[in-house]
Design a binder for this molecule. Structure first.
Ligand code: NAD
Ligand code: UDP
Length: 317
């Protein structure tokens, strides 16, 4: 098949491009390089079945493709809050353009949605049937509400135009090829620990997240794309829940770091608890995450260690 991956030079998108090429598909990687990096896809450039398109999804594009993985959108709070108007345009206009393309060429399209559609959840763990608790006017809403509208657009194009859709709600995912300046918690803590800087825990560190390793996510995404008669939304996440303080301690232990934990103000609207209920993914996709936090962290630490060793003064952030 000829497959379009929007956001293909980003963290998740680059792993998807690689997996799809390995399965023998032709891959069109589309990215505006806002948070994506050429280094993430450098190793794919010599493959004749790989094409790179520099394009912004807020503008329409005409392509001939069989499938679309629509993953373009900054995902780290510091990046999506940098230009919030652009973030919501990316989710809303970008998804309209990709749905228009899918409708025209009759391609199956998957939206990378997020656990953020549940906001600061009042139900724990979060099931797909929960409608969420999102502040519509807060600093996270450009991302959260953008993705909620993107889900609405997917469902309406499906009901109205019979577009073949898939919605995955991705929970916190980490692994190699996260950008060094990404700003999300796993990469921040690992880089701080490897460079013996203070580990910055926001708030008291008792808020929780459930961390999924990239390989588990890609497996779930592929199963979802290829299953028939199930459009989602489906949660893809690791149900093992950790406090942010526990994560900080684990990273210090695994890196043998001299770093000390320091406490910084908690950002506004930071969700208190997050953990996916993955019964639907188990039932429909026969999927559950396999990689334990400790094992995934070791692989990610090795990646950042290698990246840092190539920097002149090991102090990226
Ligand atoms: P990322 O920032 O590494 O990747 C996003 C990619 O999209 C980048 O390559 C960026 O340059 C590109 N992009 C951004 N705006 C664009 C635009 N207007 N036009 C074209 N390209 C654009 O982030 P990621 O973690 O790889 O996230 C990928 C997708 O998965 C996003 O849609 C995100 O919302 C979703 N997601 C990720 C997580 C996670 O934990 N990593 C969780 C939930 C959802
Ligand atoms: N966080 C932290 N220190 C950091 C970065 C993040 O304590 O250097 C916290 C953040 O406040 C949140 C959690 O870690 O409670 C996860 O943050 P991240 O930005 O990775 O993702 P999200 O909040 O979108 O789940």
């Amino acid at each position: 098949m000829r497959i379009l991956v929007t956001g293909g030079a980003g963290f998740i998108g680059s792993h998807l491009c690689e997996t799809l090429l390995n399965k023998g598909h032709d891959v069109l990687c589309l990215d505006n390089f806002f948070t994506g990096q050429k280094e993430n896809i450098w190793h794919l450039m010599d493959d004749k079945r790989f094409e790179l398109i520099r394009h912004d999804v807020t503008q329409p594009i005409l392509l001939e493709v069989d499938r679309i993985y629509h993953f373009a959108c900054p995902a780290s709070p510091i990046h999506y809050q940098y230009n919030p108007v652009k973030t919501i345009k990316t989710s809303v206009m970008g998804t309209i353009h990709m749905l228009g393309l899918a409708k025209r060429v009759r391609a199956r399209i998957m939206l990378a949605s997020t656990s953020e559609v549940y906001g600061d959840p009042k139900v724990h763990p979060q099931k797909e049937s929960y409608w969420g608790n999102v502040n519509p006017i807060g600093i996270r809403s450009c991302y959260d509400e953008g993705k909620r509208v993107a889900e609405t657009l997917m469902m309406d194009y499906h009901r109205q135009n019979k577009v073949d859709i898939k919605i995955v709600r991705i929970f916190n995912t980490y692994g190699p090829r996260m950008a060094i300046n990404d700003g999300r918690v796993v990469s921040n803590f690992i880089i701080q620990a490897l460079t013996n800087q203070n580990i910055t825990v926001y708030g008291r560190g008792n808020q929780t997240r459930s961390f999924q390793y990239i390989d588990d996510l890609i497996d779930g995404v592929e199963r979802m794309m290829n299953v028939e008669d199930f459009i989602g939304p489906v949660n893809l996440g690791n149900p093992h829940e950790f406090t942010i303080l526990e994560l900080a301690e684990k990273v210090i232990e695994l890196t043998n770091s001299r770093s000390k934990i320091v406490f910084k103000p908690l950002p506004a609207d930071d969700p208190v608890q997050r953990k996916p209920f993955i019964g639907l993914a188990k039932e429909k996709l026969d999927w559950e995450p396999r990689i334990k936090l400790e094992d995934g962290l070791k692989k990610t630490i090795a990646y950042f260690d290698e990246v840092l060793s190539r920097l002149p003064d090991k102090k990226p952030i």
